[in-house]
Design a binder for this molecule. Structure first.
Ligand SMILES: [Zn+2]
Length: 308
């Protein structure tokens, strides 16, 4: 197979395997509905009353010395399953990898070019649209996928009978940090928030004994600890920072993981403060905000009035 097709086949097979391995078939209101665990007849019955689907998007990339490479995927899929259990909407995990070029300097990281990922996810969504799914919700948990997610949504909204939107990262529906919980400033990757969420969702995969706070060295400023102060004084500087951080190493801007973080973690918080309880609060806040939205969009009959 050509490399591109082989990659797509791998993405699908890996996604299906992981999903299938995690939860036994069962479709009560308390259980998530996972596409790969259902039969085609189950899906046919579902489509008579509901035309919604949640597609989790994550990645396979370094997450510091203490979190597994699949963290973003486990977060997207794990939270989407909780949303499914609350709303009865199918979750369809279709890709294990994402666009992770900025982490490629660490072993185990897998990245897919944005255009490849866009085609793959669009074609998956198109299959579902053609069968009657008309409300496509992407639950993304990897910032690098935002650009791909936006393009796929645009293509679905402008070329098909379905409506697509983002309910995770890259969207505005997710409310994930109860006010006053912890300092969220620069806690972007494998930080206090993600470590806590993984302690709640997949505690067996978190190596708290290997936790190590990173040594950060930003080209933008040699005093990472004073970043917040700098941005408060000159809010415009945050725009420059946002464009320079999180870009691939080949650009020479010092914005790749390997360039500025000693161990792949991007945080100014102390990782030793991570707790399962903080993770639970964040996940429950996200599940509630998204479930409320889904129930409003779904309407009492599962299909809103004016459905095509
Ligand atoms: Zn990520």
């Amino acid at each position: 197979m050509p490399v591109r097709r082989r990659l797509l086949a791998f993405l699908f097979a890996a996604g299906a395997f992981l999903a299938g391995a995690s939860v036994a078939p069962g479709q009560t209101a308390e259980r998530p509905l996972v596409l790969q665990e259902m039969t085609w007849r189950d899906v046919g019955v579902y489509l008579k009353t509901c035309d919604m689907v949640i597609i989790p998007l994550g990645s396979t990339e370094q997450q510091g010395p203490h979190l597994p490479l699949g963290t973003d995927f486990y977060e997207a899929f794990g939270i989407a399953k909780k949303i499914s259990a609350k709303t009865g909407v199918i979750v369809a995990p279709l890709a294990l990898a994402g666009y992770s070029d900025i982490h490629i300097g660490f072993p185990g990281t897998v990245t897919v070019r944005p255009e490849t990922l866009e085609s793959y996810i669009y074609e998956c969504a198109e299959s579902l649209v053609n069968q009657g799914f008309k409300k496509i919700m992407f639950f993304n948990y990897h910032g690098g996928n935002n650009i791909v997610q936006a393009k796929v949504m645009h293509r679905i909204n402008h070329n098909t009978t379905a409506t697509a939107l983002a309910i995770g990262i890259g969207g505005s529906i997710r409310k994930d940090v109860p006010p006053g919980t912890y300092e969220k400033f620069f806690d972007w990757h494998a930080g206090l928030g993600e470590t806590s969420i993984m302690l709640y969702l997949e505690p067996g995969l978190v190596r708290m004994d290997r936790v190590e706070n990173p040594v950060l060295d930003f080209r933008f400023t040699r005093e990472p600890g004073k970043l917040k102060e700098l941005f408060e004084k000159n809010p415009e500087m945050a725009h420059v920072w946002n464009e320079e951080i999180g870009v691939p190493g080949r650009t020479g801007k010092g914005g790749a993981s390997r360039d500025f973080s000693s161990n792949g973690v991007w945080t100014l918080n102390d990782l030793n403060r991570a707790t399962r309880e903080l993770g639970r609060m964040r996940v429950e806040a996200m599940v509630k905000s998204v479930a409320d939205f889904i129930n409003a969009w779904k309407g009492p009959t599962g299909k809103t009035s004016g459905d095509r």
